[in-house]
Write a protein that binds this ligand. Sequence first.
Ligand code: UT7
Length: 322
Amino acid sequence: MINTIIKGVGMYLPEKVLTNDDISEFVDTSHEWIFDRTGIRQRHIASKDQMTSDLAYMSALDAIQDANINATDIDLIILATSTPDQVFPSTAVKLQDMLNIRDGAAFDIHAVCSGFIYALSTADNFIKSGKYKRILVIGSEVYSRILNWKDRTTCVLFGDASGAFVLEGQNNDDIRSGIIDSLIRSDGQYRSKLYCDGGPSMQPRTDNFINMDGKEVYKHAVEKQTIIVEELLDSAGVKIESIDWFVPHQANLRILQTTAKKLKIKEEKIIVTVDKHANTSSASIPVAMTTAIKENKIKRGDMCLLEAFGAGFTWGAVLLRY
Ligand code: UT7
């Protein structure tokens, strides 16, 4: 029996911080409006010369150091992003080169805010099949480049970041260690509720901005995340009381609190970092998890429930013992 162990975790937030008050200087908004509705206080913004691959590289180094391995021990890179450096090649192969890895494979996954959950689930299946031994899973985003900084309904919500896990296949008979189970779902009929303009086959353009029907996204996020978590726990035969930590996608404090309440998860078990970095899409879960581990909240052996919801709509959940 091969188990997928979380060998190391890492994160990177760009240096520049933009507070709610900073944003209120150039769009008609206020700290009170943003904080009351989302729990966000500030976000980090990549510098002009920093791309998604640069952020990914920094979080990868952090995770590789935490795993106490060499980069060349990694035989697969799966990078979740919806803000790749280029249309092609993938940002994952660029990162592979930056890390001086010359064999194995690397590819991107595109599932927007659910990207890290999709990538973890994919990596878990690759490890359990015996095809790969050590996989670097990354969520990396530079949303500041696809925000319309004149649109107060979206520009206040997002930020730039990267987070990474090093996963390792280990042979043992304890089916309750590492990644226990995962589920991913999508429903493309809702793709117009949250999207980015243009794209190379639809309409090549340079002003590719995020558009969102916030209320619809909110409603579906709570509903679909609750259902998939119940399904996952049922399939894994795990009771909600056994969960030590709930690590949801950090989009909005109200969404994650409402989802936790519906699932009857106690407030003190929720990992919240959205106040410090806003919604960083696929990077948010590994950043939240790494922060909680570095703060000594999440400890080895703790049962963690990770879940996300994003454009598509896409959603998913992963149950793991850290
Ligand atoms: O991974 C998924 C990512 N997406 C999300 O997580 C977003 C989910 N949706 C939400 O969290 C909420 O819908 C928002 C936080 C985006 C918006 O909250 P809301 O309570 O649904 O506000 P609203 O869109 O209904 O807007 C209420 C008012 C409007 O003014 P009027 O029409 O009532 O006069 C907006 O124009 O608030 C106004 N408004 C703002 N005011 C100040 C919208 N954005 C802002 C702003 N500052 N930044």
